[in-house]
Design a protein around this ligand. Structure first.
Ligand SMILES: NC(=O)C1=CN([C@@H]2O[C@H](COP(=O)(O)OP(=O)(O)OC[C@H]3O[C@@H](n4cnc5c(N)ncnc54)[C@H](O)[C@@H]3O)[C@@H](O)[C@H]2O)[C@H](O)CC1
Ligand SMILES: [K+]
Length: 506
C-alpha cells in the first residue's frame, strides 16, 4: 500500500468524486457507512449507555454526523456534541440538517462538558486530515476532557489533534484513542512509536477511493502488505540443485554468544539457502555442528572470537555480526571483508557496533549492502534523533548517502533504500521483542540475498515480511510471552511458502 500525504489524501478524495461523477456528500456517506458497519459488528444496540459522538466543523465532523444518523436509524442510543466554530464545511452543514429531530444534539459548552464514564463509547470526529495547527481553546479543553475520562474513544480517520504526516509541538493536545478507524490507506503517523498512545489499535476501511489516482500518485513511503509482495518470490524451479540457491558465508559468534550464530545459521537454512558455511571461533565448533548439522563449520584459529577472514571465493553472499563481539581483531576482519567482498553483504549487531565505533569503515561499505540496526545501533551509526520523524529522515539520508539498504528494527520495521524510499513492514508482534529475534532476521536475509533470482529490494522486503509472519504464526502456538527466537525459525518455511504462492501481478 502507498502512504499518501494529507494533501494527496484530499486530492484522492476529489479525484474519486470527479471520476465517479458523484457529489462529495456521497463519498462522505460511503466512508461513514463503512465506519457504522464496523461499529455495529462490535457493539450491540442494547449495550447500556449512549454512544457520544463529538463532531468538529469540517468533513471529519460531517462523517461523525452521518454515523450518528445511521446508528440512530439502526436503533442505537446516540448523542451528538458539536464543537462551536465560526464556519462549517458544506457537507457538515448538510448532514447537520439531515439529523433526525429526536436525536439529541447540542453545542459543547467548555464550562459544562458532558459527564463521561470510563466505559462510555465516544466517537472522536473533531478533526481529521484537515488539521492545520495544534488544538487550542475549546477544542483543546474538549480533548483533555475526553482523555481524562478514560472513555472508550474510537477516532474517526485520525485521532483529533494528530498531524498525519509531520512532527508537531511536543506538548500538543491529542486524543488518546483506543481504536483509530481510518479510510482507505494508513497514515504515516500511525506507524511511529511516539504516536502509539494516541492512535491505539488502528484499522483501515476501504471506501473505494479512485484506484487510478492512487496508482499514479508519486510517493516515497509504502506500507508492505501481501499485495505489494505478490509475485516477488518465485517458485523453486523443478530442476534446481543446491547450487541454484547459492552458497552463503556467515561470520558469527564469540564465547558466550554462540547461540546467536546458531540461530542465524538455522534461520538461513530454513530461509532456503543452498549451502551455508559458518565462520565461528574454535569454541563454537561442537555447538554449531550439533545445533545446525546442515551447516558447515569453518572454525577460526582463535578459541573465543573471530580473528581471520576465510577465503571469500566460494560464496555468493556474506553475513556478519550476530554475537561476533567487538574485539580489535574482529574489527580488522570486518574491515578486510568490506575491502575484499564483491558479493552482497548483510551486516548486523556487533558488526554495526564496530562500524559505529569506527566510522571511517562506513566509507568502505560496498553499494547495496544490507544493514539491520535497531534504533540504538542506528544512533551509533548516525546521531541521536529528536523524534521519530527525524529518525526517519536520518534513515533515508543514511541509505542515500551510503547507497545501502538500511533496516530500522521496531514495531513497524522500516527499510530505506539507496533512492531514499521508505517501506514499513506490516507483520510481527510484540512477542518478537526477545533475544535472538534479530539474529534470526539476519540469517533469513542472508539466505534471500544469496538467492541470485532476487533483487536487493525484494530480498529485503520478503525477509522482513516473512520474519514477522513467522513470528505471528509462532505466537499462535506459543503465545506472545512464550515466544522465543527459535520458534520464529520453525515458522520461516510456512511464511515463505505463503509468499511463494501469492499470484504475480500481470
Ligand atoms: N479522503 C477521504 O478519505 C475522505 C475523508 N473524509 C473525511 O474528511 C476529513 C477531512 O476533512 P476536512 O474538512 O478537510 O478537515 P477536518 O474535518 O479535519 O477539519 C478541517 C476544519 O477545521 C479547521 N481547523 C484545522 N485545524 C484546526 C485547529 N487546530 N483548530 C481549529 N480549527 C482547525 C480547518 O480550517 C477546517 O475548517 C477526513 O479526515 C475524513 O474524516 C470524507 O468524509 C470522505 C472521504
Ligand atoms: K478524528
Amino acid at each position: 500500500m502507498k502512504i499518501l500525504s494529507a494533501d494527496q489524501t484530499r486530492q484522492a478524495d476529489q479525484a474519486t468524486i470527479q471520476a465517479e461523477g458523484i457529489r462529495s456528500e456521497e463519498l462522505m456517506e460511503r466512508a461513514a457507512t463503512a465506519l457504522s458497519s464496523w461499529l455495529m459488528e462490535r457493539v450491540e444496540p442494547d449495550e447500556p449507555g449512549e454512544i457520544h459522538i463529538f463532531c468538529g466543523p469540517g468533513n471529519n465532523g460531517g462523517d461523525g454526523l452521518v454515523v450518528a444518523r445511521q446508528l440512530h436509524e439502526a436503533g442505537y442510543a446516540v448523542r451528538v456534541w458539536l464543537l462551536p466554530a465560526p464556519k462549517h464545511s458544506p457537507d457538515f452543514t448538510l448532514n447537520r440538517q439531515r439529523l433526525p429531530e429526536e436525536l439529541p444534539c447540542a453545542e459543547l459548552n467548555p464550562q459544562k462538558l458532558p459527564r463521561l464514564l470510563p466505559h462510555t463509547i465516544v466517537l472522536d470526529a473533531l478533526f481529521g486530515t484537515g488539521l492545520r495547527r495544534p488544538l487550542t481553546d475549546v477544542a483543546a479543553s474538549v480533548v483533555q476532557h475526553l482523555n481524562k475520562a478514560q472513555a472508550r474513544v474510537i477516532a474517526v480517520d485520525v485521532p483529533s489533534g494528530l498531524y498525519t504526516d509531520a512532527p508537531q509541538p511536543a506538548d500538543s493536545v491529542v486524543v488518546q484513542a483506543r481504536y483509530t478507524i481510518s479510510f482507505e490507506l494508513p497514515k504515516l503517523a500511525f506507524l511511529l512509536p511516539q504516536n502509539a498512545p494516541f492512535v491505539g489499535q488502528w484499522h483501515v476501511l476501504p471506501i473505494g477511493l479512485n484506484e487510478e489516482f492512487i496508482h499514479t500518485s508519486l510517493v516515497d513511503t509504502y506500507y508492505v502488505d501481501a499485495v505489494l509482495l505478490a509475485g516477488r518470490l518465485p517458485q523453486r524451479p523443478q530442476f534446481s540443485h543446491k547450487g541454484t540457491f547459492g552458497h552463503a558465508l556467515l561470520l558469527a559468534g564469540s564465547r558466550g554468544k554462540l547461540g546467536a550464530a546458531v540461530l542465524a545459521s538455522r534461520a538461513c537454512l530454513h530461509g532456503g539457502v543452498g549451502l551455508l558455511t559458518v565462520r565461528v571461533p574454535a569454541a563454537g565448533y561442537d555447538i554449531l555442528q550439533i545445533s545446525a548439522p546442515e551447516a558447515m563449520a569453518l572454525t577460526d584459529p582463535a578459541t573465543d572470537f573471530v580473528t581471520e577472514l576465510p577465503d571469500l571465493k566460494p560464496y555468493a553472499a556474506i553475513g556478519i555480526g550476530p554475537g561476533i563481539g567487538q574485539e580489535a581483531a574482529t574489527r580488522d576482519v570486518l574491515e578486510q571483508l568490506l575491502r575484499e567482498a564483491d558479493v552482497p553483504l548483510v551486516l548486523d549487531a556487533d558488526a554495526l557496533n564496530l562500524l559505529g565505533a569506527n566510522r571511517e569503515l562506513l566509507d568502505l561499505l560496498p553499494p547495496d549492502t544490507l544493514l539491520t540496526p535497531h534504533p540504538k545501533e542506528f544512533e551509533r551509526l548516525t546521531e541521536p534523533a529528536r523524534d521519530d520523524y527525524h529518525r526517519l529522515e536520518l534513515l533515508r539520508n543514511f541509505a542515500r548517502q551510503r547507497r545501502c539498504y538500511c533496516v530500522l528494527k521496531g514495531a513497524y520495521t522500516a527499510l530505506a533504500t539507496p533512492d531514499g524510499t521508505l517501506y514499513f513492514n506490516s507483520t510481527g508482534n510484540p512477542g518478537m521483542a526477545t533475544g535472538g529475534s534479530g539474529d534470526v532476521l539476519t540469517g533469513l536475509l542472508l539466505a534471500l540475498r544469496t538467492d541470485q533470482r532476487l533483487s536487493p529490494l525484494d530480498a529485503a522486503l520478503l525477509g522482513l515480511y516473512a520474519h514477522g509472519r513467522a513470528g505471528d504464526l509462532a505466537a499462535e502456538e506459543t503465545g506472545q510471552a512464550g515466544l522465543v527466537a527459535g520458534d520464529i525459525v520453525r515458522y520461516i518455511g510456512p511464511a515463505l511458502q505463503k509468499l511463494t504462492t501469492l499470484p504475480a501481478r500481470l
